[in-house]
Ligand binder design. Structure first.
Ligand SMILES: Cc1ncc(COP(=O)(O)O)c(C=O)c1O
Length: 416
């Protein structure tokens, strides 16, 4: 099945010089199957209109497409369609939560929003392996409210160090925000344990699901998280679209940060009343074509099966890790057993940017740098790494092409 579905992705036929393309950068963004690309053309040629309130047939069709997207996402990650809020990307989704809490802490949102209020006696907890998208907004919130920012450290094995979980997440903790899967280490975090601790102290749980939803079965309702965020573009969908998932009562009491048209019930010259979620967070004209295309992507993923995708990528991760272990001078960051097909490593004596350039010359696309996780890199004593990350369309040949090129990197740069 996996060898066949590769043909659905036209970009994978690209030649890089003399080489075929080995695309191992899906952790940054995924490639798109033809059916997702076709949905754009079909949407703009047959259904394009502004959604909601339209009195004509095209507007009804566009609205149906837009709302069908919520249903597809709710089928994928659990909950009801109205728990699915469209944003620009996961970064915006996480900011909507952090900034909403900030507004609540400064008296906005009335009585319903008081449950979110933070002050100097409170703490926010994150982890040392967060992508900046799930760290910087919480730093900003801490600075704005006087709350203390704390974090769970990371072990040498690239897993969360839970030995002080009970003292780090304590009765002062109002928000516990963590990633489901590290975008650098590939580690899958123990969400159950972390949610259990959050429930003991009454903290809100915010899950960064950017690297889990595309690669494994995930059900936010079963995980019992309060809010979750992910991006369409990492899950075969288009850029420009993210999802904020939340528990209904929380979404309906969180103050919105973007206000304007399409999210209000009544407006006077002095004040306005807001709609319930999801519209409450969807001010202005929405990315309808993107939602339509993402719906096709979600259906494609569901048809292949997330369980199968997970198993396939675990096999590829094994090929990558076993192969890298045979090449001298390469240090992989972390060694978690419970992982996805994302592997970041340091090449002794060669800067990650040079590694990336050499690999590119051999047709291999990887990511280099700090992958928006500077504190995690600092934790491992490096400033930059090279990251190979797989997806459902990769095969062992891609991994072997990568391994053959990687074995040549140090000799090429004359490093013994
Ligand atoms: C774990 C994680 N969180 C958040 C993000 C941010 O996603 P986006 O840039 O699509 O908002 C990424 C993207 O790399 C990520 O890997």
């Amino acid at each position: 099945m996996f060898s066949r579905l590769r043909n659905d992705f036209p970009i994978l036929d690209t030649r890089v010089g003399e080489s075929s393309l080995s695309y191992l950068d899906s952790g940054a963004t995924s490639q798109k199957p033809q059916c997702v690309i076709d949905t754009f053309t079909e949407y703009y040629s047959q259904r394009n209109a502004a959604v909601h309130r339209g009195a004509h047939s095209l507007a009804v069709m566009a609205t149906d497409a837009f709302e069908a997207g919520r249903e597809a996402v709710a089928d994928l990650v659990g909950g009801a369609p109205e728990q699915v809020v469209w944003t620009k990307n996961a970064t915006e989704a996480l900011n909507v939560v952090a900034l909403g809490i900030d507004r609540a802490s400064h008296g906005f949102g009335g009585e319903a929003a008081q449950r979110f209020g933070l002050g100097p006696a409170d703490s926010i907890v994150v982890t040392e392996m967060e992508h900046h998208a799930n760290l910087v907004p919480w730093q900003q919130l801490a600075q704005s409210t006087g709350a203390q920012l704390r974090w769970l450290p990371v072990t040498d094995a690239g897993e969360l160090d839970l030995s002080d979980l009970e003292s780090i997440v304590d009765e002062t903790t109002k928000v516990f925000a963590f990633t489901h899967v590290s975008n650098v280490l590939g580690t899958i975090n123990p969400v159950d344990t972390l949610v259990t601790r959050a429930r003991q102290v009454g903290a809100l749980v915010v899950l960064d699901a950017c690297q889990s939803v595309p690669h494994m079965p995930v059900n936010f309702a079963d995980l019992d998280v309060d809010f979750a965020a992910f991006s369409a573009h990492k899950a075969l969908g288009p850029t420009g679209l993210g999802t904020l998932w939340g528990k209904t009562d929380l979404l309906n009491s969180l103050p919105p940060v973007l206000t304007g048209g399409s999210m209000i019930t009544t407006v006077t010259m002095e004040d306005s009343a807001f709609m319930d979620a999801p519209q409450r967070f969807e001010a202005g004209t929405q990315p309808v074509a993107e939602v339509a295309a993402f719906t096709t992507a979600v259906n494609y993923l569901a048809e292949v099966g997330l369980e199968k995708i997970f198993d396939h990528e675990r096999e590829l991760a094994r090929v990558l890790l076993d192969g890298i272990a045979k090449i001298p001078g390469i240090t992989v960051l972390g060694a978690a057993e419970n992982r996805i097909g994302t592997v970041a490593f340091d090449v002794d004596g060669v800067h990650a940017h040079d590694v990336g350039q050499y690999l590119d010359s051999q047709g291999v696309a990887v990511r280099v740098g700090h992958h928006c996780a500077q504190p995690l890199h600092r934790r491992f004593g490096v400033t930059a790494t090279t990251r190979a990350s797989t997806y459902l369309y990769n095969n062992t040949e891609d991994c072997e092409q990568f391994l053959a090129a990687l074995a040549e990197v140090r000799p090429f740069f004359g490093v013994q």
